[in-house]
Design a binder for this molecule. Sequence first.
Ligand code: NAD
Length: 360
Amino acid sequence: MKQVEVAVIGTGWCGGIRAETLSRSALVDKLHICEIRPERLAEVKALTRPATATLDYQDIINNQSISVVYICTTPEPTHFPIARDCLKGGKQVLLEKPIAMELWEADELITIARRAGLKFTIGYSQRFNPKIAYAKKKITDGTLGRPVSVMVSRNLSRSLGKKIASRVKLSPAAMESTHDLDFVFWLLEPAKPVRVYSQGSYGYMQAVNGSYDVMWTTVTMDNGMLVVIGGGWNLPPSYPNYCATWIEITGTEGALILDDTQRDNWLNTVQEGTRFPMSTMPGEQVDHVFAGQMGPETIHFLESCILDRPVMVAPEHARMVMETYTAADLSAARNEPIDLPLSNAALSAVADMKAASRAD
Ligand SMILES: NC(=O)c1ccc[n+]([C@@H]2O[C@H](COP(=O)([O-])OP(=O)(O)OC[C@H]3O[C@@H](n4cnc5c(N)ncnc54)[C@H](O)[C@@H]3O)[C@@H](O)[C@H]2O)c1
């Protein structure tokens, strides 16, 4: 059996999940981990017993035996330089979303990977949510007829919202609805987004970093289909990093309603009250079983590399998603619809908007 040496760079929450999954896989010859916080490196080292553990990601790049790398670092501006260095070092890369902070950075990563013939994908884990895989199957096999509309409402716990909003100035559209834009555009392929209108509402998070609590974004596709996506991060705590999603898909021959609000497992304790376990976006390891999407997603990428199969999320698709949430941010700031692809005038307005936000 072919085995490979793999590495995880950034072993916080998601990187810890990926490292644990890889440490359990027979496809992994040796696991290597990298984390700049020594105490977290020691924790994940004890959990996964890697061949090496380092504080410097250059050690991963310089190790020629490592062929597959998962990049799970925060803050998000670390994604581009680390992914660029790994791809230039000849590694196959799974990079957590967002693909980059700037569109030109995404383009550069895509070009480096394509020229070198390397697998490069973005961790849009919801593609591995069985409910969403089922929606893809039912649209593809014609059960729903011609799709007419898709609505997704996603709400996260404010503890996670605060963690994200405190480290980087990215909106709920860029950090949360990004998952929904990704899988909805995948469901509706080959349709492409052509117009975006978004509005945001302030609440709890405004005092944390000036961010909206909730954004609702309407996207018109080039064949007229309508996509409406709400993303928020102000729910009171009901499990660390709790996430609830409701999905409505209508078509000419049928409709599919998916309740992914994760309230089907109710843990109630005297000390902590109501909890909905196994309800985070990536999921979690539960003894011998992975409850959620990030475990299967991690192994799928490894198998794509070993068997030379296509990756689940093409980086060009992730770039289209990035362009769409960038348009949503601009639309909310200007109170007007924005056309896609972004025009030069819109790109320059985005640059001004980002500069103003950095100056705040
Ligand atoms: N797919 C999903 O469902 C999902 C869910 C949550 C987060 N995410 C994405 O995953 C990424 C990671 O999120 P998280 O919640 O695990 O973050 P986290 O903050 O818990 O972990 C990130 C880790 O990276 C480490 N790090 C930073 N710079 C580094 C470097 N140069 N070298 C090595 N380690 C470094 C940090 O010390 C930290 O431990 C985010 O960008 C986020 O957008 C995806």
